[in-house]
Design a protein. Sequence first.
Length: 122
Amino acid sequence: MNICIPIGENNGMGSKIYGHFGSAPYFAIYNTQSKNLEIVNNGDLHHAHGQCNPIGALAGRSVDILVTGGIGARAIERLGTMGIRVCLKDSEETIQDVITSHETNSLREIQPGQGCSHHSCS
């Protein structure tokens, strides 16, 4: 399973979750089977509001779960149609915190109505 986590800085497993999915500088993709962590630059960093292309920014990488500090309803809908679960975590938490939450089945999945409506959400 691949977990994608938007991050602001590449600090390995200690990287903090970024406050908004579409404008995150990087995406961390963690494979729960191989324990491999890959850091990907977000090429869609400066998109117009409501126009982010989340899967395009991930360059076609396989993602099963997205864990973020904030995300718009439209992005949640798009990801959901692709079979990607979206979960919300506090932006002060780290990649390691996300992995621990996944391992203890305590990630909280969100629905489109729970998405933010502006880019300063978190």
